[in-house]
Design a protein around this ligand. Structure first.
Ligand SMILES: [Zn+2]
Length: 66
């Protein structure tokens, strides 16, 4: 199996067939089929929101400690 890069889409050649895959800009993970990227990006977003919330909680308790 080999992958060739062209912008952010990958072509995966496997057993005489070519599959289109996309690469996540956030973590570089290859997604196949390309439709998976949407769900994958959702996961990133959920994680971002979670981290943001955790950060705010942390900042809040840090401020209280002063
Ligand atoms: Zn990703």
């Amino acid at each position: 199996m080999e992958a060739t890069a062209s912008n952010d889409s990958y072509e995966i050649h496997h057993e005489n067939a070519t599959y289109q895959a996309v690469v996540c800009h956030r973590c570089g993970a290859k997604m196949f089929p390309a439709e998976l990227l949407e769900a994958h990006m959702d996961r990133h977003q959920i994680k971002d929101m979670y981290l943001e919330g955790e950060l705010k909680k942390l900042q809040y308790s840090m401020n209280r400690m002063r």
